[in-house]
Design a protein around this ligand. Structure first.
Ligand code: HEM
Length: 401
């Protein structure tokens, strides 16, 4: 790659999105506090330690103005802020209340259901492959699994699933664009989101009157959680828990296909899967960057970031920082010790769904590698998401079935 291409950080450029890692390295080494003079302008942190400290310091780096570099993201949504856009102390309180309903036990109870779903999907994929059809790892497995898990968790009745899937797809598109105000006011995606809110609003009312054993009923029963709190949480789960999880699975298969020795080892030693998942997330994070807004001027590496400006945290860069992960930071090592990473962020906003994501991905890899130890992907026919914030796939044809 030419050096002139390497130094330009442009989160919208297709070349950057295809391979952001040389640019990340340049930023870390040469310009760890980067002032991006675009419209809108923003600042960028790329080193692991800087991001780690900033994200944990919510008094200085606030989430209350939204998580992208778009200035009017919360207003554009026309919503009250959800958990992910609140600062302590309100965030602390809401997260505590939500944790009463969103418990590890409730998540763990999904395992067998998810396993049955994956087996069913794999059997279907194998049949279609045997008939000579192209099977798509992302569309046929990685992406449907989290949608199924969330619909089940939220207690969306089976009869309504056909409505749920398009809402998820619309919301995912908006999420990839970072809830850009223009996209929101223009498209049918906004209608889908409004429809989803209406649906979940009604579901909450119904569950309050007649509780089931689903998450919505459990949250509705928590004292001090308002309808909006429950609705907002459902919204963040659907927006933040779908594509992220699907892309973890798809990226994992892609990484293993580039390292057949490690794929073989993982198939032989499934107990390594939980650690391998963290390594996949570290190398190819579903969430590449999210922002905060400074509440005071901050001086870092001799550069002053003014008060009231957006600062993007390049999680995907921090996760490959040699200063944290050593000289092999860019290489896959499913046995690597990973005491801390930024794949699920850190601090008060650390992903509350990380257990659910890891459960789904673990089950998917256990079943995939058992049934198809040579599973791979055809990158020449793959299609990536075009997003400045997330990394992943629209389509990823499978091989080795
Ligand atoms: C591999 C999959 C996933 C990845 C990579 C991921 C990543 C993240 C990240 C980076 C954050 C922090 C946001 C910030 O820095 O402001 C976050 C927060 C969050 N995630 Fe996830 N996530 C995943 C799966 C899920 C799932 C399955 C759910 C469903 C419950 C979920 C729900 C949430 C919620 C509600 C928050 C906000 C927590 C808070 O603000 O306290 N995520 N996630």
């Amino acid at each position: 790659m030419l050096i002139t291409e390497v130094v330009i950080y442009d989160p919208f450029a297709p070349e950057f999105q295809a391979d952001p890692y040389p640019v990340y390295r340049h930023l870390r080494d040469e310009e760890p506090v980067h002032h991006h003079q675009s419209d809108p302008p923003f600042w960028v942190l790329s080193r692991f330690a800087d991001i780690w400290d900033a994200v944990r310091d919510t008094a200085t780096f606030s989430s209350a103005q939204g998580l992208t570099f778009y200035p009017d993201e919360i207003g554009a949504l026309g919503l009250a802020p959800t958990i992910v856009m609140l600062d302590p102390p309100r965030h602390t309180e809401l997260r505590r209340l939500i944790s009463h309903g969103f418990t590890p036990r409730r998540i763990a109870a999904l395992e067998e259901l998810l396993r049955a779903f994956v087996r069913d999907r794999l059997a279907d994929m194998a049949c279609r492959a045997a008939d000579g059809e192209t099977v798509d790892l992302h569309r046929d497995l990685s992406s449907p699994l989290p949608t199924f898990a969330l619909a089940h968790l939220l207690g969306v009745p089976a009869a309504d699933r056909a409505r749920f899937d398009p809402w998820v797809a619309a919301l995912t598109t908006l999420q990839d664009d970072g809830f850009d105000a223009k996209a929101l006011t223009a498209g049918s995606a906004a209608e889908a989101v409004a429809e989803m809110f209406g649906y979940f609003g009604d579901l909450i009312t119904a569950r309050r009157a007649d509780p089931g054993d689903d998450l919505v009923s459990a949250l509705a029963a928590v004292e001090h959680l308002t309808d909006w709190d429950v609705l907002g949480f459902c919204f963040v789960m659907v927006a933040g828990g779908n594509d992220t999880t699907g892309n973890l699975i798809s990226h994992g298969v892609m990484l293993l296909d580039a390292h057949h020795d490690q794929r073989e080892r993982l198939a032989a030693e499934p107990s390594l899967i939980p650690n391998a998942l963290l390594e996949f997330l570290r190398l190819e994070g579903s969430v590449q960057s999210l922002g905060r807004t400074t509440t005071r001027p901050v001086v870092l590496h001799g550069v002053e970031i003014p008060e009231g400006t957006k600062v993007m945290m390049l999680y995907g860069s921090g996760n490959r920082d040699e200063r944290e992960f050593g000289p092999s930071a860019d290489r896959l090592d499913i046995t690597r010790r990973i005491p801390r990473h930024l794949g699920f962020a850190t601090g008060p906003h650390f992903c509350i769904g990380s257990h659910l994501a890891k459960l789904q991905a673990r089950v998917a890899f256990e079943e995939l590698l058992r049934a198809y130890p040579h599973i791979g992907v055809d990158l020449s026919r793959a299609e990536r998401i075009a997003s400045p914030f997330t990394r992943g796939w629209r389509s990823l044809p499978a091989t080795g079935l």
